[in-house]
Write a protein that binds this ligand. Structure first.
Ligand code: KG4
Ligand code: ZN
Length: 333
């Protein structure tokens, strides 16, 4: 079975073709990061318009790379939500139009489920059950995953998402959008002994997170350094921020592994690309004799492959999961 995947929930247009026998056949991606950079964040209306501009050429690219035509597809999976309403509408209306024109069934995919299952695209994937840490720009969750569609929420952020904390703190330090990778790079030049920032909810004994206080701590620390802090001071603050957030994430993952008794941890979502987080999780897992799985770097952030894959997994379980109902809606929340 060949599934076409379409992702357009935020600022990346992703298209992919997944074959349940042969694996991923092709994927094509366009990131709008440069478009939104000058505004310091994603501008929803610009995002929708750019998805419209990119989506058909990307579809053509993906089919060309896979040496397939749209008629070869058995089903079309698209991101139904959560995300920006206008952006989601582009992917879902293209999916519906293609389905209607080609007489192919559609399956709406939850964006986070795409992230959650993305580590299974790797050559050495984890096996169910496992604990998953979902850390993206919009979400921070710990889940117990027993199988496709069998998820239990263990804990989540009570305020900002981890990626949001990275981006907002980076912005306070004057770094360009999206700040996650930038603040992580700057932190490598920082001295860990200079500043100490709070570790919110580190000892809360549950699996929830809270990151908005950390962002505020970055702001107050920065303000105390006068009007134009040196690059080294900024690097030291970046280091303190990264160390704090990474310590909390790693400690909660350790607690989730202990509470569930599971031995595999899957890390998904954009923040999963973070080097310091990976180092901390690898160290924690080695101590606990657990294994950590990361999606390939290109599948950590938003992409079409994870949507094609999640759609394909649902269809393998239940062929009726895809329907020839072309009246589409999106679920921004
Ligand atoms: O999963 P994703 O691409 O989109 C959402 O669904 O949100 O995640 C994007 C988030 C952004 O906040 C970005 O700053 C963060 O992931 N991110 C990183 C890194 N790469 C991406 N944060 C920290 N370190 C990184 N290397
Ligand atoms: Zn995402």
């Amino acid at each position: 079975m060949i599934v076409l995947g379409i992702e357009s929930s935020c600022d990346e247009t992703g298209i992919a073709l997944y074959d349940t026998d042969k694996g991923l056949l092709s994927h094509a991606l366009y990131s709008q990061i440069a478009l939104h950079a000058e505004y310091g964040g994603v501008v929803p209306e610009l995002a929708s318009r750019d998805h419209i501009r990119r989506i058909v050429p990307l579809l053509e690219q993906a089919f060309e790379k896979a040496l397939l035509t749209p008629q070869d597809v058995n089903a079309i999976a698209y991101t139904k939500g959560p995300g920006l309403a206008g952006a989601l509408l582009v992917g879902s209306s293209v999916a519906s139009s293609l389905g209607l024109a080609l007489n192919k069934p559609l399956i709406g995919v939850h964006h986070l489920e795409g992230h959650l299952l993305s580590p299974l695209l790797a050559s050495k994937p984890p096996v169910f059950p496992f604990v998953a840490l979902l850390v993206s720009g919009g979400h921070t969750q710990l889940m117990r995953v027993d199988g496709v569609g069998r998820y239990e929420l263990l804990g989540e952020t009570l305020d900002d998402a981890a990626g949001e904390a990275f981006d907002k703190s980076a912005k306070l330090l004057g770094l360009p959008y999206p700040g996650g990778p930038e603040i992580s790079l700057l932190a490598e030049k920082g001295n860990p002994e200079v500043f100490h920032l709070p570790r919110p909810m580190l000892h809360s004994k549950d699996l929830n997170f809270s990151f908005s206080g950390l962002k505020t701590a970055v702001l107050t620390t920065l303000k105390k350094q006068g009007d134009s802090p040196s690059e080294q001071v900024k690097a030291d603050i970046a280091r303190a921020f990264v160390n704090a957030i990474v310590e909390v994430l790693a400690a909660k993952c350790a607690l989730a592994l202990r509470q569930t008794g599971l031995k595999q941890l899957v890390v998904a979502g954009g923040v999963g690309a973070n080097r310091q987080l990976r180092a901390a999780l690898n160290g924690m897992a080695a101590k606990r004799r657990c294994q950590v799985f990361y999606p390939e770097l290109e599948f950590c952030t938003d992409n079409g492959a994870m949507i094609a894959f999640a759609g394909a997994m649902h269809l393998m379980q239940n062929p009726d999961a895809a329907q020839k109902d072309y009246a589409f809606t999106v679920r921004p929340r």
